[in-house]
Design a binder for this molecule. Sequence first.
Ligand SMILES: [Zn+2]
Length: 474
Amino acid sequence: MPRRALATVLVTLALLMAGPAHAQEPGDGAGLIHVVQRGESLYRIAQRYGVTVDDLTAANDIADPRRIYPGQELRIPNAGAADAGTGEALVTHVVQPGDTLLSLSYRYATTADRVAELNNLVNGTRLYVGQALTIAQGSAGASPVQRGRVHTVIDGDTLLSLARHYGVDARDISRVNALSSPAVLYPGQRLVIPGGPDDESAPLLRELPDPLLSLSIDPLPAVQGQTIGMRAQTSRPATVTGAFMGRPIAFNTSDGLNHTFVFGIHPLTARGLYPFIVFVRDTADYLAHLSVDVLVVEGNYGREVVPVSGQLQALLDESVTQPELARLASVMTIANPERYWGEGVFHRPVAQRVTSYFGTRRSYGGLMDGLHAGVDFGSPIGTPIYAPAPGRVVLAEQLAVRGNATIIDHGWGVYSGFWHQSQLGVAVGQTVEAGDLVGYVGNTGLSTGAHLHWEMWVSGVPVDPLQWLERVFP
Ligand SMILES: [Zn+2]
């Protein structure tokens, strides 16, 4: 088979992998996406896929081949050639909480050793959330076990007691784990309890502490300045709390079984691994906990210089900026337990094009360095501004730096702010639906021309609002 045709077959196989498989088909020809791991060099990646470093730099517009970073997505031209001889299908799996070499080897019908070998993992390496692993699917020859639980044996467990506890056939446990007969179980032994081939209600196979059935973060890898949604499921009513980046997390739940949270990653967060700790407490006060590392990658935000005329320079003074920021924070960091925003994506508050993106590192006339905490739309004065989603107005007043400002509380710690308006259109306490008038575009406060600045805060920090136009959270 010609090389390119073979690569296409492999990509097709990868695309057929539903759910966590992360292979993408690029627009211009065949290829896999490889997500750079810690300690990898371009040379090593090129070697793995049987391509040259030049191929990789050309396919990914890499200016300096020495500068790649964990989490970076690289398009591999003509991927698959290196492993063509074995007949395995290479897929990429992005690690979620509870994924271990054991659970992944069962889910993809491969072996833990083969996963470790393909990803240069040394013995005992702890996987991290957002890690992209290359997996040779089907290399072990057995059928995959997609759903189920990993049970760690304790004193007194028997094959029959486990079968009863999980509602599965003891013979299935014995077969899946290749146990001898009679089965000898020892404390600490990890057994895969299959969820059954047709049992769609069983959780994806992961190693999570009881009563946690699933815990996921989306999207991955997490990006500085972006929002992530967190979801958890428990097998019995429980509360789920935790901490991430030094901030407490209290998952929202209406039935005690399904738990969600939206978390904003501050745009100045350095890329790297961050511990995420989760506590699950059931109604009998049984407490389980889990600690994982989560990868945060760079947002690659740009830089710009904003000229500030003499008259506006007074607004850059800390005696003006700091109290105003403190006032914003006092409003936008409160986690309202009510959720007002609906099920869908947010809507654009104005129709005009974006003139400055979120996260841009700014220099204000060389006098002050800052960060663009919102997104600017180049709208003319008087353009109506519409609410992007339902919420409640919690601030509507004139501020020195932000001019005529409105803040909408969307609930669950999610806020929208609209700065520099010519005229306010709502009052504090008013509720709005998506598409309701909020006010009119202007040029008030620290503004060098008519535009709308839309700012969003999530769980206490500013995040990119444009992500909310495309994706439903949590
Ligand atoms: Zn702005």
